[in-house]
Design a protein around this ligand. Structure first.
Ligand code: DAH
Length: 353
């Protein structure tokens, strides 16, 4: 039994009607996909109508085919419209979920800063640069000949022992410098007078750690060689330096001492800035605090450098940076500078020493 034209017309009308209502029922993109399969699929009324077309003559087939195409176009149009609506809803939902509030405060990253010891070193170096000194540098792995011999250390000097000094080689010719004084020799070796230099740097000694000793510490060396330099130049320079660093009205004193590389030699104390001389815990009841060693450059050093010792004299000094930083900031234990505890370090944020 072959289908009549009325049958096919009915099928097409039915396909459109039921198809449109099926499409209208879809509630989201997923159910719309199912509706598409049901409406345009191989078992749908539309497909069935199409497959019946074969039994008609050419003219009827053309007419029915046109109507079938129309029906398909209507269904596809409806599907497309619904799909667009669902996509718009989904997009809106996503916008809501992913909305970025650019007015919310951001996470502030912690800012780093200079280490308090670095600040102190820079501040001290700055004071001398202000007085016309140049900054010089030397190796931390140094030759014993610069660290000891050129500086007039006796061959039996106790500092040369392996209990005091880190040697690199068995022959004890190479070592970790025990002070910044060898930079004096390297500077004099490389340049003619007048010489005005400060030499900040790291130094090493086989010390047991305690509140005032480290086995790696920083020193700042100073050297001035020129015509007519006297002990009063040394004292005036150090007085100016101490006042700049610790405060305008702070006195210094020089106490006689011994260093092989200076003659005469002295240690410099500053008046205790806590008790101003009357004695307290910070100065251990002394009233004064030792901060550096100094003296007039010993003649053998000038000779070693090939300087005319009739014409030139000089002074030198060396200070421990941790010691001075600790005093300047009231830090009771110099090991704190190396513990990397942010609670300690952040207390020094902002200004200089
Ligand atoms: N080098 C000495 C030390 O490490 C410090 C020192 C003392 C340096 C006197 C000097 C100086 O230049 O003249 O203990």
């Amino acid at each position: 039994m072959s289908a009549t034209e009325a049958d096919v017309s009915g099928l097409l009308e039915e396909a459109v009607k039921s198809g449109l209502s099926r499409i209208a029922e879809a509630s989201d993109l997923a159910s719309l996909g199912q509706a598409r399969a049901a409406v345009l699929g191989r078992k749908a009324a539309l497909a069935r109508a199409r497959s019946a077309l074969g039994g008609f003559d050419a003219e009827q087939r053309r007419e029915l085919g046109r109507r079938a195409n129309e029906a398909r176009a209507r269904l596809e149009g409806a599907l497309e419209e619904r799909e667009r609506a669902f996509r718009a809803v989904e997009e809106k939902k996503r916008w809501e979920q992913e909305r970025l509030d650019v007015t919310l405060p951001g996470d502030e990253p912690d800012l780093g800063g200079l280490h308090p010891l670095t600040k102190t070193i820079w501040e001290i170096v700055d004071i001398f640069v202000g007085l016309g000194y140049r900054v010089a540098d030397g190796p931390e792995v140094e030759l014993a000949s610069y660290n000891f011999d050129a500086l007039n250390f006796d061959s039996q000097h106790p500092s040369r022992s392996e209990q005091e000094t880190y040697y690199i080689d068995d022959e004890r010719e190479v070592l970790l410098r025990t002070h910044t004084s060898p930079v004096q020799m390297r500077v004099m070796e490389a340049s003619k007078p007048p010489v005005y230099v400060v030499c900040p740097g790291r130094t090493y000694r086989r010390d047991v750690l305690d509140p005032t000793h480290l086995n790696s510490f920083a020193q700042i060396e100073g050297l001035a060689v020129d015509e007519g330099i006297t002990m009063s130049d040394l004292k005036g320079t150090l007085q100016a330096f101490a006042r700049e660093l610790f405060g305008r009205d702070l006195d210094i004193r020089l106490r006689p001492h011994f260093f092989p590389f200076t003659e005469p030699s002295a240690e410099m104390d500053v008046l205790c800035f806590v008790c101003r001389g009357s004695g307290c815990r910070v100065c251990r009841q002394e009233g004064w605090i030792e901060i550096l060693g100094c003296g007039m450059v010993n003649v053998p050093l000038l000779e070693w450098a090939g300087y005319d010792t009739e014409r030139y004299t000089g002074f030198a000094f060396g200070l421990g940076a941790e010691r001075v930083a600790a005093l300047a900031h009231g830090v009771p234990d110099i090991r704190y500078f190396y513990e990397n505890d942010l609670r300690f370090l952040s207390a020094f944020e902002g200004g200089m020493a």
